[in-house]
Design a protein around this ligand. Structure first.
Ligand code: NAD
Length: 495
């Protein structure tokens, strides 16, 4: 993949409301937006205040009521969404550069995965548009009882920075396909690619006001969006702490339903009988080094059977060595920057404290040197850890993996359990009975057997248990979560 010049990437520092760019209005303050790769400010960001949020939501409500979006034949809506996906794919060069320049996504990944995966996801959700309509109930024969699946109205969507476009598409795709209007607030750290997405929606024929983007931070803009009385449902991806605050705001502002995709501390269990340990080592390494560990489902806790622990750790360390940290605009970067230099130093602090508490470093353990002022962290393995250490307990959101050793299955399962999180887990073993017992017993929204990571399709829902969230993204479940069911009962009255 070719590198690109980040200084040539132009961004629109604006909101996108009612089909047009809105800038300079309703801005409480201007935020600096930095490039994680070199910490340079490359744009300013308007911050939507409550008044501007109100304008966006009212606009979306009007579009929901007056445009044809929710009322037309659903296949028409699906056609527009498919055209939108085509335009996104055709725009890959611009969109991938826009995504890469200000995020942690290397350009090669953005071109090969983020953009096509976003586009195809919209197609996947569009396919549901005329497949879910409701049911006829088994009532008395002189009556007809129906449940009709209807869109909510205006859905408030709030996205994180780690995969800006993909995470946004998992929120807006099902919401729009189901006939809702959406107001999206991207992360203030990665705000611009969503604007391009909204421009392309208009080009595809989506009525103005159906998909809006407002910019700003969580405290000002996000909170006002969640609390707006015309927002009927909230869908959020981000940290557990913010998820709790949003759930409280949803309760206080009208008992709104909310989907929460939150943090994790996911285990990877490797048994001594795991087939092809070399392959497992590569997979385990990828599960924590991908996007420099800034992945909700990062496999941050390796739980390995004693007999193979040494060999596996060596294999993982070797896989880490092959990674090349670099700017997101360099075609050969294979290790992402950390979202900010401050966060790289925070990650380093966790590693230092683990060592002070008795852990050993088997790989990495320091910032990685890359030209400029960005923050990069070497993929790190911490051994000799205890379950109550901060590094084992807390989500680090960086390329740091802890290693705990077990002797038997019960111990593996006990270590695999996390007191708070339950997002994902991996199990590597040749024994199908053991694999399925682990799948049953691990308290996680997803369990991967002899693999780690989602498949590149959309049919399997993703979502966490416990403090990792509620509800699902992807799959039929996430589409249905954007509909509410109305009951209609008709008595046959004779004239
Ligand atoms: P974050 O919680 O800091 O921010 C996420 C979004 O919420 C941002 O747009 C932010 O502006 C907004 N926000 C912050 N406070 C708010 C408030 N009070 N009201 C409304 N909105 C508010 O998370 P982040 O740092 O952007 O993302 C990283 C986190 O996201 C990690 O914990 C990661 O595990 C999680 N994540 C989870 C999934 C999943 O599918 N479960 C996927 C990706 C990321």
């Amino acid at each position: 993949m070719h590198s690109f010049n980040p200084d040539l990437v132009k961004v629109r520092s604006s909101h996108f409301i009612g089909g047009v760019h809105v800038a300079g209005q309703g801005t409480a303050l201007d935020l600096d937006v930095r490039r994680p790769s070199d910490n340079r400010v490359y744009a300013g960001l308007p911050v939507a205040d409550a008044e501007l949020v109100d304008m966006a939501v009212q606009n979306a409500w009007q579009a929901f009521k007056k445009s044809n979006w929710a009322r037309q034949a659903p296949r028409e809506r699906a056609r527009i969404m498919r055209r939108w996906a085509d335009l996104i794919e055709a725009d890959v060069a611009q969109l991938a550069a826009l995504e890469a320049v200000g995020s942690t996504r290397p350009i090669a990944n953005a071109v090969a995965w983020d953009i096509p995966f976003t586009a195809e996801g919209l197609r996947f959700f569009a396919e549901f548009a005329d497949k879910v309509g409701g049911d006829v109930a088994a009532t008395r024969s002189d009556a007809l009882g129906m449940t009709i699946a209807e869109p909510y109205g205006v859905i408030g969507a709030i996205a994180p920075w780690n995969f800006p476009l993909v995470m946004a598409s998992w929120k807006i795709g099902p919401a729009l396909a189901a006939g809702n209007a959406v107001v999206l607030k991207p992360s203030e750290l990665t705000p611009f690619s969503a604007i391009r997405l909204a421009e392309l929606a208009i080009a595809a024929g989506m009525p103005p006001g159906i998909f809006n983007v407002i910019q700003g931070d969580g405290r000002t803009t996000g909170d006002a969006l969640v609390r707006h009385p015309r927002i009927s449902k909230v869908t959020f991806t981000g940290s557990t702490r913010t998820g709790s605050a949003i759930m409280a705001a949803c309760a206080e502002s009208g008992t709104k339903p909310v989907t929460l995709e939150l943090g994790g501390k996911s285990p990877q269990l490797v048994f001594a009988d795991a087939p092809d340990l070399e392959r497992v080592a590569k997979m385990v390494a990828g599960a924590i080094a991908g996007n420099a560990g800034q992945v909700c489902v990062a496999g941050s806790r390796l739980i390995v059977q004693r007999g193979v622990a040494g060999q596996l750790v060596e294999g993982i360390a070797a896989a880490f060595k092959a990674l090349r940290p670099g700017h997101t605009w360099s075609g050969d970067t294979t290790l992402s920057p950390i979202i900010s230099r401050k966060d790289a130093l925070r990650i380093d602090g966790v590693v230092r404290r683990a060592v002070e508490a008795g852990a050993s470093i088997a790989a990495g353990g320091a910032l990685a040197a890359v030209e400029g002022d960005g923050g990069y962290y070497q993929p790190t393995i911490l051994t000799g850890v205890e379950a109550d250490m901060e590094a084992v307990r807390d989500e680090i959101f960086g390329p740091v993996m802890t290693v705990q050793v077990f002797d038997d299955d019960d111990e593996a399962l006990a270590l695999g359990d996390h007191p708070a999180y339950g997002l994902a887990a991996g199990v590597h073993t040749a024994d199908i009975g053991r694999a399925l017992r682990c799948a049953r017993e691990l308290e996680a929204g997803t369990v991967w057997i002899n693999r780690y990571g989602r498949s590149d399709d959309y049919v399997l829902p993703t979502g966490g248990f416990k403090r990792s969230g509620m509800g699902k993204d992807l799959g039929r479940q996430s589409y249905e979560a954007n509909l509410r069911y109305k009951t209609v009962l008709v008595d046959f009255v004779r004239q």
